[in-house]
Design a protein around this ligand. Structure first.
Ligand code: ZN
Length: 150
């Protein structure tokens, strides 16, 4: 195994075994459901947004190791980020798992997420890895900041 494959496996196994931020969030600002019929992954993403910042994020669901690890890493990664930063991370992440070469994408902002770039070798797994991100993106798009009465 290459160093890259080892890292890929280690990070995914770790996040699958001990998912970060896996809980239902009461009183979230927005949420969305995601479903990947190809694999059967189901996920719900909860976001708490205050003044354009993602102050809290969590997820719930059942899925394969890749989808769970990806959701776990996403929550770690976007917590405390602005909505704009989260969107741009989504785009970078999406690009890195769907293009064939590292040189086409500047992955420096991704940190550990780069370990998931390995899924590009397995086209069936790309949807597993991006499910949480698409769901987070939908949650952001559906937010209704004026709905709060507080
Ligand atoms: Zn899956």
């Amino acid at each position: 195994m290459s160093v890259f494959q080892e890292l890929y496996q280690e990070v995914i196994l770790d996040h699958n075994k001990n998912p970060r931020n896996k809980r239902v969030m009461e009183n979230c600002t927005c949420q969305a459901d995601g479903y990947n019929p190809l694999c059967g992954d189901k996920i719900k993403v909860f976001l708490n947004i205050d003044n354009g910042l993602i102050t809290d994020v969590s997820f719930e669901g059942v899925g394969c190791a890749i989808s769970t690890a990806s959701a776990s890493m996403m929550t770690d990664c976007i917590k405390g980020k602005s909505i704009g930063e989260a969107r741009s991370l989504f785009e970078t992440f999406h690009a890195i798992v769907t293009t064939s070469s590292d040189c086409e994408v500047d992955a420096s902002s991704l940190g550990k997420l780069e370990a998931l770039a390995g899924v590009r070798e397995f086209p069936m797994r790309v949807k597993c890895a991006t499910l949480a991100w698409h769901t987070m993106n939908n949650a952001l798009a559906s937010r209704n900041e004026t709905a709060s009465t507080e």
